[in-house]
Design a protein around this ligand. Structure first.
Ligand code: GTP
Length: 576
């Protein structure tokens, strides 16, 4: 199958349009995707900072609560050994009531204790959050805690200073809540005003998971929170099985899971925002922001790293409507391109086709039809060139035809007199014989030879001879009908062909008329010239059946006429 220029041009334009539209759509989508990612990274970083700030505020609030408890007169009274007895017990009851009130107000406090510096760190007041509600532990159930690091460390603090423990798993047995849950302790010394030594300490155990659950509730859905310590040990993770690996003897470090966090964990940089590669359906690609937070209170932990992540699919899901819209726009654009390409291709090729059709019609010899001559573009220029070429070819063809006709005329006529020459005479004679043969007609050939023409030539010159020949030719034609052929064979020989059945008398009459006409004086340059002529007549069918025979007979008759005496007319011998 052959494809026209319109089809090819249309396809080319359509392809260019579709590719351009497709690429624009693709890059627009890419750009929007990049913007989404950038804004998601920024949002995550902001969320992480807000979360860190809220954790600090929570810690400060706990410190304030501890301070209220540590400076409460009942706390001192409950710890003074000298006051042991009903007064101390009353103070302890008061503290227990305060503890319970505070724990009700703060569900993430799952244990509040007043511990004495004396008696090996014996717990004086202790309220636990149990499954059944708040539970005051008393009597023999109170334990000695002096061997714990936090007790010794807190007792060394100044009044109002807070101690913060490392995050650990609560392995304490009993009816209390928060067992096997991540916990951290905040403590504050209890000291009489102006005293050097602390009499004891207030300790609160915080349910870290509960606290984070509260904090996380304010974050957009799908956000995942991470908390790691200064070494990178994972403490809070969306996958709980990864937390507190060190507690099970298998450390799980965040920098192993997300190498991009290594510098935040080491403290080299404060923040890192990055995308993680996905591993499987349970671990999809994520966008994450991690920040390092120095711990400003007394603690055996120096640093805390907090992270917030969001599955990449959630981020990009916002680009789906845009992608669909872009797809619709691109599809529409492609369709538009197709229509435009077809229209444009047609608009361009229509005038080209018109010129092509005109050329074809012209080649077939038909009128070329209308051309887009008025156009100002290349097609108009092509049409005008074609029109010019067409005019030139037409003109040259006409000229050629004219020359051909002239040549043909020349080939059949005598140059000097313009009379039919021997060739044309022979053709006409052949035709006349054939016609006469078919219809039973007759033909007479009058062979005329001028007498003494040589003398005239010699005496007056060749030009005079030519002029005489022309006059003779004119006279002969003038005396004959148009249908009769008057030819010049050459020199001073002429032939008149009568192709109608004519009687002898009539032929003789014509011959005489011709003789009279020829012999009439000719005036040439003021001189009177006179000539004679001899006429021999050959006839069909009497003298022969072919042109050659009849011509030969007429020639012979003319010769006989000359022999007998110039100026005579003679039928072929025996025919008289
Ligand atoms: N001026 C001129 N002379 C020609 C032309 N063609 C032939 N002749 C001359 O015509 C003459 C014809 O010769 P002839 O028929 O023997 O001469 P003639 O004097 O007529 O002889 P007769 O027929 O016996 O009387 C020659 O002298 C040719 O040179 C021509 O085209 N122009």
């Amino acid at each position: 199958m052959k494809y026209g220029i319109a089809f090819k041009l249309g396809v080319l334009l359509a392809v260019v349009g579709v590719v351009a539209a497709g690429m624009s759509g693709f890059y627009a989508y890419q750009a929007s995707r990049d913007i989404l990612l950038k804004s998601a990274r920024q949002e995550l970083l902001t969320s992480t900072r807000v979360l860190a700030r809220r954790i600090t505020l929570s810690r400060e609030e706990i410190s304030r609560n501890l301070q209220v408890l540590a400076t409460h007169p009942a706390a001192l009274q409950a710890l003074r050994a000298a006051d042991a007895g009903p007064a101390a017990d009353q103070a302890a009851d008061q503290m227990a009531t305060l503890f319970a009130q505070l724990m009700r107000a703060n569900p993430s406090y799952f244990q509040l204790r007043l511990i004495a510096a004396s008696d090996y760190g014996l717990e004086r007041v202790r309220v636990d959050s149990a499954q059944s509600g708040l539970l005051r532990v008393s009597g023999d159930a109170l334990q000695e805690k002096g061997h714990f690091e936090y007790v010794a460390d807190t007792l060394k603090l100044d009044t109002g200073e807070t101690y913060l423990s490392r995050v650990s798993i609560n392995h304490e047995l009993g009816p209390n809540a928060g067992q096997e849950q991540p916990t951290l302790q905040l403590a504050m010394p209890v000291r009489a005003e102006g005293a050097d030594k602390a009499l004891g300490l207030i300790v609160v155990n915080i349910d870290l998971k509960g606290m984070f659950a509260l904090l996380q509730a304010d974050l957009p859905t799908g956000y995942q929170v991470f908390l790691v310590n200064g070494e990178g040990d994972i403490l809070i993770h969306p996958d709980a099985s990864k937390t507190f690996g060190f507690d099970r003897g298998q450390r799980a470090l965040i920098q192993d899971e997300m190498p991009q966090t290594a510098e935040v964990v080491s403290g080299k940089v404060n923040a890192a925002v990055f995308e993680t590669a996905g591993k499987d359906a349970d671990y999809p690609p994520r966008v994450a922001a991690f920040i390092g937070q120095p711990i400003k209170v007394r603690s055996n932990e120096s640093r805390m790293v907090l992270g917030v992540a969001q599955p990449l699919a959630d981020v990009l899901s916002r680009s789906q409507p845009l992608a669909q819209q872009l797809l619709q726009i691109v599809s529409l654009l492609c369709l538009l391109c197709l229509f435009l390409a077809v229209g444009l291709a047609r608009a361009i090729t229509r005038p080209i086709n018109a010129v092509s059709a005109a050329a074809q019609r012209f080649a077939e010899g038909q009128p070329s039809g209308p051309l887009p001559l008025a156009r100002k573009d290349e097609i108009g220029s092509l049409a005008r060139s074609f029109a010019r070429m067409q005019a030139q070819i037409t003109e040259q063809l006409a000229d050629l035809l004219h020359k051909q006709e002239a040549l043909e005329h020349l080939a059949q006529h005598d140059m000097l007199t313009g009379l039919p020459n021997r060739r044309l005479l022979e053709e006409r004679l052949d035709a006349a014989i054939a016609n006469a043969r078919r219809h039973g007609g007759g033909i007479s050939v009058l062979f005329i030879d001028l007498d003494r023409f040589k003398q005239l030539n010699d005496r007056y010159g060749h030009d005079a001879g030519d002029a005489v020949l022309k006059i003779i030719a004119g006279r002969l034609q003038g005396m004959m009908r148009e249908v009769d052929t008057v030819a010049r064979l050459g020199g001073d020989e002429f032939v008149v062909l009568l192709d109608t059945q004519t009687g002898e008398e009539h032929v003789l009459g014509i011959a005489d008329k011709l003789l009279n006409g020829l012999t009439a004086p000719i005036s040439y340059q003021g001189q009177e010239l006179s000539l004679g002529a001899s006429i021999g007549i050959g006839r069909y069918p009497q003298d022969g059946q072919t042109r050659i025979e009849i011509m030969a007979k007429a020639d012979k008759a003319m010769y006989e006429a000359k022999v007998v005496g110039q100026g005579g007319v003679r039928f072929y011998s025996g025919a008289q």
